[in-house]
Design a protein around this ligand. Structure first.
Ligand SMILES: [Zn+2]
Length: 453
């Protein structure tokens, strides 16, 4: 009996002892620098107990990681900080005391850090994520103005938030606004420009009107799907969806900027992650007239192919595959990694109101025009605009569509998606759809309808 107890005790020790001294191994350390925020991710097999504090003069962040072994992957992080990182100057790794590894981040400026843990998802293990935001958030309208070669003329929507006294008497014309329109669609869009866009949107009080508001620039939010920790779908030859979506989006933005009366605004212009609600928020902050989310489709069967356009659905999805796709795209926040302590007002919306119904109807109109153009570039996966509960399309008052440019899971289409010429053709088709939409649904007409209601 005694020997049995002794054996059991020995066995227990065997199970218990290694855990007491177990060191957590960092399997990967990643850095995603961006002006908006820089993210630092530590991936491990077990959750990491951590402690974060800030030091001033000079500005530093210190993270203590309990029971973390200092290994190659952790040490490599120092070399992953680029000169171009807007916030981190350098990272030092060392042992603070037995059982505690310490990371010291030397900063370039005062920051607002967020440190949070993520449970294993998809291919990822446990993640400890440090998001470093600027102490003063980047104003998207100001950023838009600064990034443009010329200063962005004030849109009536932008003036809305200001006092009448601070608003300029007349909006400075965009240099190319006086140039002859490229085609009839653009001309029609330009003709509609004196409209007050914000007044056209239900639920908002009519803004100050008057002849002083000249040509209004139509703002198109171009949303490159995925990014950073969230690679999106992966092609059989290793192409990441996030890279393709950014390449097409940048081309579309350029084409929009070259179109008189239009301006493209990218929700991300780099390889970093933005939560779905954050994408909506950005479009709203720049008072976007349209929201275009660019993606590349994937399916388990490699022969699936073609381009498709999706809109939000008020209830249910138009097909099982649309529902499946929406579910997959909505997982972006899980994979990309969202700090759940930060509330998202858009994704929490379950009840859609009347303005949403009107917005969806506009989104479908826009999608139809896009499909017509995409038909000249690629096979259409479906000949009609499909609908499902895509979280990123939940903007209540901005017509929003999600374009699945082609199937990245199809080897032939993956090759095409990597081709600059094909990317341009896709962007051109999307632009064509936008122009046709505005020629048929000018903001002015929308305003009249709204006022007559
Ligand atoms: Zn996607």
């Amino acid at each position: 009996m005694l020997t049995i107890i002794a054996k059991l005790a020995a066995l227990l020790c065997l199970f218990w002892l290694p855990h007491a001294h177990a060191a957590i191994t960092i399997s990967s350390a990643r850095v995603w620098p961006a002006q908006e925020y820089t993210r630092l991710t530590l991936e491990s097999g077990q959750p990491i107990r951590h402690n974060l504090f800030a030091l001033q003069n000079p500005e530093r962040l210190v993270i203590d990681l309990e029971e973390v072994e200092i290994n190659g992957a952790l040490n490599e992080i120092a070399g992953k900080i680029g000169d171009g990182d807007p916030y981190i100057l350098s990272v030092r790794v060392g042992r603070f005391k037995p059982g505690v590894a310490r990371l010291v981040l030397d900063l370039k400026t005062e920051v607002k850090p967020q440190l949070f843990s993520l449970k294993p998802v998809a291919e990822y293990g446990h993640r400890l994520v440090l998001d470093i935001y600027p102490a003063v958030p980047v104003d998207p309208l100001m950023a838009l103005a600064l990034k443009s070669e010329t200063l962005l003329p004030e849109t009536p929507a932008a003036q809305e938030g200001k006092t009448a006294a601070s608003a300029p008497a007349s909006a400075p014309p965009r240099p190319d606004a006086g140039a002859p329109p490229a085609d009839t669609a653009t001309r029609a869009a330009d003709a509609a420009l004196p409209a007050e866009p914000s007044a056209a949107k239900p639920g908002k009080p009519p803004a100050k009107s008057g002849p002083e508001i000249g040509n209004r620039i139509l703002i198109i939010a171009v949303d490159a799907g995925h990014g950073g920790e969230d690679p999106g779908a992966r092609g059989p030859n290793g192409t990441y969806e996030k890279d393709i979506t950014l390449a097409i989006s940048r081309k579309l933005k350029e084409m929009l900027d070259d179109t008189p009366g239009m301006r493209g605004v990218l929700t991300r212009d780099g390889d970093y992650f933005i939560p779905l609600g954050g994408r909506i928020e950005k479009a709203r902050q720049v008072h976007a007239d349209l929201f275009i989310s660019i993606h590349a489709d994937a399916f388990i069967k490699p022969h699936a192919r073609g381009s498709s356009v999706f809109a939000l659905s008020e209830r249910g999805a138009t097909s099982a595959s649309a529902r499946w796709l929406a579910k997959k795209e909505n997982e972006a926040d899980l994979i990309g990694g969202v700090n759940i302590a930060v509330k998202d007002p858009y994704l929490a919306r379950t009840l859609l109101d009347l303005s949403q119904t009107a917005t969806i109807s506009d989104s479908i109109k826009l999608g139809k025009f896009m499909l017509r153009e995409l038909d000249n570039v690629n096979t259409l996966h479906r000949g009609f605009v499909e609908q499902a509960g895509f979280a990123v399309l939940k903007s209540p008052d901005i017509p929003s569509v999600l374009v699945e440019s082609a199937f990245i899971s199809n080897p032939a289409e993956e090759r095409q998606l990597n081709d600059t010429r094909f990317q341009e053709q896709l962007a051109q088709a999307i632009l064509g759809g936008i122009k046709s939409y505005f020629s048929q649904n000018p903001p002015l007409a929308r305003q009249r309808i709204a006022q007559n209601d």
